[in-house]
Design a protein around this ligand. Structure first.
Ligand code: AHR
Ligand code: AHR
Length: 520
């Protein structure tokens, strides 16, 4: 199906890819029909002489001809598994398979398949220097639904790594060892990170232990400052080389490594004898920048390298598992890719069309619908916006909560009192009372029919700033968003002067999943 493009559009695709410097792989399709598959990331690396030896994605094919499974999910209701494949060869994930298989229950991602043919699949990480929180000291598996996006307009899911989550393969094939050259890139959610060790993707120890300086070479993303860091407050792309995250030649600070936090961030680390590089960019537009390109760190133990060739995702080499992040795709190569090859891969990533989700997470913001609003910050994913009298807060609500608590967490979506293209939230159990802000804090007050009340009670939804659910801008303070802070609820301004305007956890604190109401 994917290849049945009219000649003209196919030719345009081919020329567009060729124009950014990629080589196009021609394939024969069907009897007597010569057509070219779109050259995807690993085709571009292969054409550059540095083929992928691992290719992981839950969103799309990384080869123009790949038509296998992307990942596997397991549902809680009966512990059965299902492979999630593609809408077409070389194309995008078939998220509908996951949605129907996981409907009415929960699902975790059990396997992220390697598309390279080398069998370097990622599965639940085992204990090592540190144990994970799951049975047997393994790390947790990612909830399959927590990182929804669209890609070229198709729904897809990333891998949402909450602290404690991790994937690994300690028995790989073809991945660089010793001082052998390799490259890697990954696409992360630049707004989902933390300061725990260590949200990594790349090369690590085969025994899940700290085997000394130079026994890893992985991409790190986050804002931990225990080892290296760059300018601003982070997050930074750094190289985890074991016993150190490096932002450049120095341990600690390197001025060339900027804070980078695009919603979709392309992150690159590559290394060869006494030479390595950090690069990055916006996965939705533009080109890559080079943040470091030079000699191995001026600290002993990293030249030559002693890479071991395991692959990690979401954890440190020794199974440190305090970190958070979201992964959409990534590859590892054999050989040190040229900047030109990576630039072509970046163009392919941009063309893939990553975008935040358009869905609202199960509930709907259609006026008249009863909904609940769930927090998405890692601390608080079982907390909902509730009222108790006029006081508004986030409260943990579960199926065993009292019916009063459930009703206090339930709201009826109304056309916005001040702007019908936005929304207002009327209390489910206190008819005529609405969520409104006053002195920038949210309260439940009866509608007094004033224009001030209407404005204070009107919120304009947009895609959630952390990629989940929705964020809600105040209609009369449009740079302020509904935000929880210390479990109270405000309209906050990112980096403003109030305590509740803190930039830390901003994107998570202002993103709410709209669920069906606890009390429908
Ligand atoms: O290099 C930083 C971290 O240090 C590694 O990921 C981990 O193995 C060690 O704790
Ligand atoms: O509201 C709970 C938490 O409190 C928020 O996530 C954080 O911003 C604050 O520390």
């Amino acid at each position: 199906m994917a290849l049945r493009l009219p000649y003209r559009s196919l030719r345009t695709t081919v020329l567009a890819v060729a124009a950014v410097g990629a080589l196009v792989t021609g394939v024969l399709v069907g009897a007597g029909t010569s057509q070219a598959a779109t050259s995807q990331a690993c085709d571009i690396y292969a054409a550059g002489g540095t083929p992928c030896v691992a290719a992981h994605s839950t969103t799309r094919a990384l080869y123009g001809t790949y038509n296998g499974a992307l990942y596997q999910v397991r549902r809680a209701s009966d512990n059965t598994t299902r492979d999630i494949g593609l809408l077409s060869a070389g194309g995008y994930a078939n998220a509908a398979t996951q949605d129907s298989f996981c409907a009415g229950t929960s699902c975790v991602i059990t396997i992220i398949y390697d598309q390279s043919g080398r069998g370097n699949h990622l599965t639940q990480a085992p204990p090592g220097g540190f144990s994970g929180p799951a049975s047997g000291g393994y790390d947790n598996l990612a909830d399959a639904t927590l990182a929804p996006i669209t890609i070229a307009g198709h729904k897809a899911y990333g891998v949402f790594v909450a602290p404690g989550t991790g994937y690994r393969n300690n028995n790989t094939n073809g991945v660089a060892t010793g001082d052998q050259p390799e490259g890697m890139y990954a696409i992360f959610d630049g707004t989902h990170y933390n300061g725990g060790c260590c949200f990594d993707y790349g090369n690590a120890e085969r025994n899940s232990r700290d085997n000394g300086n130079g026994t890893m070479e992985a991409i790190y993303f986050g804002n931990i400052k225990v080892w290296g860091y760059g300018t601003g407050n982070g997050p930074w792309i750094m190289a985890d080389l074991e016993n150190g995250l490096f932002s450049g030649v120095n341990a600690g600070y390197n001025a060339g490594d900027p804070t980078i936090n695009y919603r979709f961030t392309t992150a690159i680390v590559k290394g060869e004898p006494n030479h390595w590089s950090i690069r990055g960019g916006n996965s939705q537009s533009g080109s890559l920048s080079t943040f470091y390109n030079g000699a191995r760190p001026n600290v002993s133990g990293y030249n030559p390298m002693k890479k071991e060739g395991a692959i990690i995702l979401g954890i440190g080499g020794d199974n440190s598992n305090s970190s958070a992040g979201t992964f959409y795709e990534g590859v590892m190569t054999s050989g040190y890719p040229t900047d030109a090859t990576e630039n072509s891969v970046q163009a392919n990533i941009v063309a893939a069309g990553y975008a935040p989700p358009t869905s609202t997470g199960g509930g709907t913001l259609t006026p008249g619908t009863a909904i609940s609003l769930r927090a998405t910050t890692a601390c608080c994913t079982t907390r909902y916006i509730t009222h108790s009298g006029s006081t508004v807060a986030t409260t943990v609500i579960t199926s065993s909560s009292s019916s009063t608590d459930k009703a206090n967490a339930s709201w009826i979506v109304r056309a916005g009192l001040a702007n019908s293209s936005c929304v207002s939230f009327e209390s489910r159990n206190t008819a005529g009372s609405y969520l409104r802000h006053q002195n920038f804090q949210l309260y439940l007050h009866a509608n007094d029919n004033s224009s001030l009340f209407a404005s204070d009670a009107t919120f304009c939804p947009q895609a959630g700033q952390n990629g989940q659910g929705n964020s809600f801008a105040s209609s009369n303070y449009p740079s302020r968003y509904i935000r929880h802070y210390n479990n109270n609820v405000y309209i906050a301004s990112n980096g403003g002067s109030n305590t509740f305007d803190a930039t830390a956890l901003w994107a998570d604190d202002v993103s709410w999943v709209v669920t069906g109401a606890w009390t429908p």
